[in-house]
Every structure is written in C-alpha cells, then in structure tokens.
Design a protein around this ligand. Structure first.
Ligand code: LMR
Length: 461
C-alpha cells in the first residue's frame, strides 16, 4: 500500500508526460511502473499508522523533498523576471506601482515632509493595538466615507488598520467564512490576487460578468443579470474606483442600479478601494460609489489601500471597516476582526500609518497631498494620450480608443496572450498575460518604444 501525496502525484504525472515509465520508491527501495502507481495501485489516500509523513522520502532525506516548484506570481513574478533581464531598454509595465516621468519610484514630497516631522518627534516603536492606530483608522474612514458620514457620526462603523488592501481582504474573507459564507462573487476579470486571497480564506470564488472584450466596455446588462441570479445574502466584491485590471468603472447611474439590485437581493457589498484620489485625482469623486451605497442603507464592508494614492507601497498601510446597524453591533464586529487578526499577524506596522495620519490630520498637508496625487493621475492621462496617438501614427488599424477611455493605473490593452509573450521575448517589455499595461510605468522616454513594440507584435491590426 502506498500513500501518494497530491504533490507527488503531480510530479509523477509530469514525469510520465516526459516519457518516464518507472519510479524508484525510496522508502521501499523498489522500482515500480508509474502507471500502476497512478492508476490507484494503492488503497489509502490518508496515511495509515505506519505510513511515514514524508511519503516517498525516508527519514534521513530532506523533509522538503516532495515540494514541487511553484509558478512565479503572475504580477510580482514579472518584476523578478524584469530585474533579471540584462537588456538596456527593458520596460516594466507589469506591477501597478507609480513611476515619475524619469521612470523612477516616486515619493510624494508631502510624505517626505511627514516623515521628517515624525523623526523630529522621537517616537517609540511599541506595539500598536491589534486594531492598529486609532487616529489612523478614524482618519482613513473619514477619507472614504466623508466627514459628514452618518454611520461614522453614529459610531456604528467597526474599523481596523490592516496590512494594506491585501491584508484587509484576507481578514474579511476569513470573517465571512467563519460566519457561514461559503462563496464570494468577484468581477470577471478582477485583480489576480483576489482569487487566491479568498480561496485561502476558505471561500469558493464565483465570478460575475463585468467587461466585454469585443467592445472594450462595461458589460452592464450581464452584470445586472448575474447579480439578479446570485443567492440572497451573497457577498459581492466591488472595485470602488479605477477597476483593476480593466480601468472601466460604472457611471453614477449604473452604480445606482447596482445598489438597487444589491438591496433587492439582500447582497453584502464589499468594496475594494485601492485607488481613491488616484483614479480621477479627486478623492471625494473616487469615493462616490462607497458613499452612495452607505446613503442607500447598505451595511457595506470596505477595504482601503494607501499604497497607490500615498505611494506607500512597501509600508503596507490599509484599513478594513464594516458598517453596522448600531454602535453595539459595530463593537461586536470589531471584537471578531481582532480575534481574526491576532493569531495571523498580531498587530499592524506603525510607520506608514503614522505618515498617513500626519497628512490627513493637517489641512495644509492634505491639500498638498491632493495636488500631488492629482499630479500622478495627470501624468498617467498624458501617457494614455501619447500611447494611443503613437499607435495611430504608426498606422495601426486596431482601435486604441479604450486606452484613453479607461481610468486609473492600468490600460487593459486587449492584446492576446501570444502578443504579450512576444512583447516580452522580442522587446523586453513586461506586462501581465491578460494584456494589462501599468500606465504608471510608461514615460515620455519609453512611450514610443512601447508603441512600436505593440505595433510590431499586433502586426498593426
Ligand atoms: C497590481 O495590481 O499590480 C498591484 O495591485 C500590485 C499587486 O500587489 O499586485
């Protein structure tokens, strides 16, 4: 009897595909036919009392011997590949991280100012509470819900600081699962990491229609139909603004309709807000959908990231909040969020949250932030226009109108997987396999190179 771990079965299948017919079973010192192993010539799928936990390996070999190589991350893995590329004109338009027009990482001047203020304050490095810094959480929530938000004034919003957006998504995913949700709906397409985050939290990830590839626009009628078909009480993930990867957001009227259907179907709207202020340059405008849903009476959940708008990528600054019916209910939710956070990472880091708090607690610094954030959004818009114009000047017969119609950090180019691979292999330009281009990595210096390369791999059509 042999216990075959799933990882070992995968290895055996891969070996068979490459022509292997026999395998050496180390802890038995026998050679057997791979086909007999795979065809179920073993009875137990769970280890029996005398089965070693190491599967094929014997006690003297490494415990990691059965670990297969995992594939690189579809987004972060591109940066690794880019860094290993020796080509002098290589371009990284994979990860969504803002670059100035010289192609360099950009630290907002107001962030620098806040940092020097913090250094002068000679602060300690004690632990934060499990829910993070209360001042930061209050300011972050006001930033999203608005100063005049009724649930905030009524103290019926539970809020915690999180490890940026990803951390908040995971914590809320775990909470959903713990309290009986079996699935979550995400748009098709969505940010690639949403799927493993929610799967790892124990939820089945289901998709709803969002984007129509043929017309490069929002697939609104199918989106609404899919919402109407969702089981009552389902959680639906919505991108608050600057949808990643498509850059296509519903209009305000469409949001109104989405809110109405969500109410009729008793859905739980969960907003992922990673680009507030960065999408249009105006934080209030970018929060319109969140504020509308709250005014409509939804008990939303919201995750905020301060990576893009404040340029605090590596500081992992974010917030998760849940709107309740009463202050007492919000307190109970807060207690459960803390129960989820404590065994996971205990409490969040302080520095980035202190920077955001310094800025958002000063009117002067907030205004500086608004201007600088607007500056980033504008530079990206200019690059959209230049990229589209250059492709047209090169004589491309394909329409590139969507490049300027889309907003936020990404252009969902419509390039096929083969075209993306050719872009990488022939021209050393790194974008994700779904054809998403991070416009934040496009500069006055490389825009023509990128346009020529796209023109080449698409054959100008
Ligand atoms: C992206 O979509 O590129 C960013 O949100 C970075 C990431 O973590 O994937």
């Amino acid at each position: 009897m042999l216990f075959l771990r799933p990882a070992t079965q995968t290895l055996l299948r891969q070996a068979t595909a490459k022509g292997a017919t026999t395998a050496y079973v180390r802890n038995r010192s026998i050679v057997v036919q791979v086909s007999s192993l795979l065809s179920g010539n073993y009875s137990a799928r769970t280890p029996t009392a005398n089965t070693t936990c190491r599967g094929f390996s014997d006690a003297s070999s490494s415990p990691w011997v059965d670990f297969p190589m995992a594939p690189p991350d579809p987004i972060i893995g591109l940066t690794e590949a880019f860094l290993n590329d020796d080509f002098s004109d290589k371009v990284n338009v994979g990860v969504g991280a803002y670059r100035c027009d010289l192609g360099k990482p950009f630290v907002l001047p107001v962030v620098r100012e806040a940092e020097s203020d913090l250094v002068a304050e000679d602060l300690d490095h004690e632990y934060s509470g499990i829910a993070g810094c209360p001042l930061f959480v209050n300011l972050a929530l006001k930033f999203a819900y608005g100063d005049d938000s009724v649930p905030l004034h009524e103290k019926r919003v539970a809020g915690v600081q999180t490890l940026s957006g990803t951390g908040g998504l995971r914590v809320f995913g775990e909470m959903l699962h713990k309290f009986g949700h079996k699935h979550i709906y995400v748009p098709n397409p969505t940010w690639g990491n949403h799927i493993p985050i929610f799967t790892n939290a124990g939820l089945e990830v289901r998709k709803y229609s969002y984007y129509e590839n043929e017309t490069c626009s929002l697939d609104f009628s199918n989106l609404i139909d899919d919402m109407k078909a969702m089981p009552e009480g389902s959680c639906i993930l919505l991108h608050a603004c600057a949808h990643n990867p498509t850059g296509m957001d519903p209009t305000l009227e469409q949001w109104k309709e989405i809110s109405k259907v969500a109410m009729e179907k008793k859905l739980l709207p969960f907003f992922d807000c990673a680009y507030q202020g960065f999408a249009s340059g105006d934080a209030r405008k970018d929060a319109a959908a969140i504020r509308m849903f709250v005014e409509d009476g939804h008990k939303i959940a919201l995750v905020q990231s301060f990576s893009k708008n404040f340029g605090l990528y590596g500081q992992r600054v974010g917030a998760l909040s849940v709107v309740g019916d009463t202050p007492e209910e919000a307190q109970r939710v807060l207690s459960q969020l803390k129960v989820c956070i404590r065994p996971s990472y205990s409490n969040p880091p302080r520095h980035g949250a202190r920077i955001v708090s310094k800025i958002l607690s000063s009117e002067e610094k907030t205004n500086e932030f608004v201007d600088q954030c607007m500056g980033m959004a504008k530079r990206i818009d200019e690059m959209r226009i230049k990229l589209k114009q250059t492709l047209e000047d090169l004589g491309s017969s394909r329409s590139w109108d969507h490049v300027t119609k889309q907003i936020g950090m990404f252009a969902y180019s419509g390039m096929s997987k083969d075209e993306v691979v050719a872009l990488r292999e022939k021209h050393h330009i790194y974008c994700t396999l779904d054809g998403r281009i991070s416009m934040a990595g496009v500069t006055s210096n490389n825009v023509e190179y990128i346009a020529r390369a796209i023109h080449d791999v698409t054959g100008g059509k």
